[in-house]
Design a protein around this ligand. Structure first.
Ligand SMILES: Cc1cc2nc3c(=O)[nH]c(=O)nc-3n(C[C@H](O)[C@H](O)[C@H](O)COP(=O)(O)O)c2cc1C
Length: 220
């Protein structure tokens, strides 16, 4: 028989685990940095290779560990894969995004639930009434959901790269049309789209320049 650990014992175990991680892995290896960042590209062309349910679950089960404010996880994800669902997406897309989106094995609609706070008792049970500041605060809830849902979309891109998938994020579409087609009657709002699959590298363009540290950052 094992008994449940007390809160104090869970905290102590978490500290041991966190210290052990950094002893065992000081930093990501150079190959991983190439795959996730320095040589990873945004893709426009897709090979005819499907993405399985198992892969989509693996993707979520990886990205879900990245942080959000109050652990609130307002991001919501619709994996558009069937031909029928793709046709629902088609009329919402900017002309330049149609062909590549229809060709992608999966297009993820990254959205956020503006009533994310309904889950806070479960996901942030470290304070009394964690939803209190949001329940009657639509503007604050929307900003919070957008900020953290956007982060989760970025985590999805990096998690996909880590699993060997390729991605093509897009904001060229009509959010109101996507909301009407996929989120009618819900409190979920669309943010951006991510094409997902295995890339046809013949369709990418040259790498564009990144701003230098001194142009965007300062150390104060
Ligand atoms: C949120 C977001 C929205 C984007 N929207 C579009 C889009 O609507 N259409 C498109 O062709 N590319 C879109 N892009 C692709 C960017 O132009 C591309 O990621 C950027 O130029 C960097 O390319 P690289 O990763 O190959 O270096 C978008 C990227 C992001 C992150």
């Amino acid at each position: 028989m094992t008994r449940e650990l007390s809160i104090e014992e869970q905290d102590a175990a978490a500290r041991v685990d966190a210290a052990r991680l950094k002893q065992e892995i000081a930093r990501a290896d150079p190959q991983t940095l190439r795959l996730l960042f320095t040589e990873a590209r945004t893709h426009n062309g897709w090979r005819d290779r499907p993405v399985s349910d198992g892969m989509l679950h693996a993707l979520y089960d990886l990205m879900k560990w990245a942080p959000t404010s109050m652990n609130a996880q307002p991001g919501r994800f619709v994996f558009v894969r069937s031909a029928e669902a793709k046709e629902k997406l088609r009329p919402t897309l900017s002309p330049g995004n149609v062909d590549k989106t229809m060709a992608a094995p999966v297009t993820v609609i990254i959205g956020q639930d503006v009533e994310f706070w309904r889950h806070l008792d479960t996901v942030f049970p470290v304070m009394d009434d964690p939803a209190g500041g949001f329940r009657d605060n639509a503007a604050g809830s929307e900003m919070f959901a957008f900020r953290n849902g956007t982060l989760e979309g970025a985590y999805l891109i990096l998690a996909a790269r880590a699993l060997g998938l390729d991605t093509g994020p897009m904001s060229g579409f009509d959010n109101a049309k996507v909301d009407a087609a996929f989120f009618a009657g819900t409190t979920i709002r669309s943010n951006f789209l991510v094409n997902l699959g295995y890339a046809d590298e013949t369709r990418i363009f040259r790498r564009l320049p990144r701003l230098a540290f001194d142009e965007v950052a300062e150390i104060v």
